[in-house]
Design a protein around this ligand. Structure first.
Ligand code: S3P
Length: 203
């Protein structure tokens, strides 16, 4: 794997994108950016408040704008080639992005086609996959913090399964690598597996 590289973690809520991202960044000595946290920072309000005050469409627009600020620019017509985006590492963005970044995304971030394309440009996309029952166990205590689940407390598993039915094919189509972490004891173990999967030296 090249020196300058970025890893993009995608997947459903509760699959460990943020926690695994933090562990990976610490172990590799790379930077970590979490789209949800960055959007909360920029908006000055938490995700549920953004959904309530601005609506889901506004939240999705914030996701797209953030990814756009991170993605390396496409070469114009005069460019001789489009280098693999994960290897270019030179973004135009105000966040000063220049590679060696772990990007943890929100569960719905890759669903807009333009976001999927931006994520591909940003880095190597790894889909963290977890069985629906394990997802429910992980998010059960934080349903109130999750706008897409909060209104479905009578049948959260059904809601998770319906969302997954729509999203799994889209995550799968986007992913360069897939990692099932259903049986991982913690995010350290998941991060270790991911480093092996990507053949990165395990620090
Ligand atoms: C969402 C997932 C959340 C957050 C928002 C919407 C989704 O992120 O972006 O509540 O559409 O699945 P996590 O996957 O980090 O929980």
């Amino acid at each position: 794997m090249p020196q300058t590289q970025n890893i993009v973690l995608i997947g459903f809520m509760g699959t460990g994108k943020s926690a695994v991202g933090r562990v990976l960044a610490r172990r590799l000595g790379w930077r970590h950016l979490d789209t949800d946290a960055e959007i909360e920072r920029q908006a000055g309000r938490m995700i549920p408040e953004i959904f309530t005050a601005e609506g889901e469409a506004a939240f999705r627009a914030r996701e797209s704008a953030l990814l756009d600020s991170l993605a390396p620019p496409l070469l114009g017509a005069g460019g001789s080639s489009l280098a693999p985006p994960s290897l270019t590492g030179k973004g135009a963005g105000g966040l000063g992005f220049d590679g060696d970044l772990i990007l943890s995304t929100g569960g719905g971030t890759p669903l807009r086609p333009e976001n999927a394309a931006l994520l591909k440009r940003i880095g190597t996309v790894v889909w963290l996959h977890v069985a629906p029952e394990a997802i429910l166990a992980r998010v059960a205590k934080s349903l109130h913090e999750r706008p897409l689940l909060a209104g479905h407390r009578d049948d959260p598993l059904g809601r998770i399964q319906r969302l997954l039915a729509d999203r799994v094919p889209r995550y799968a189509a986007l992913a360069d690598y897939t990692l099932d972490t259903s049986d991982c004891a913690d995010s350290e173990e998941a991060a270790g597996r991911l480093l092996r999967l990507l053949a990165l030296p395990i620090p």
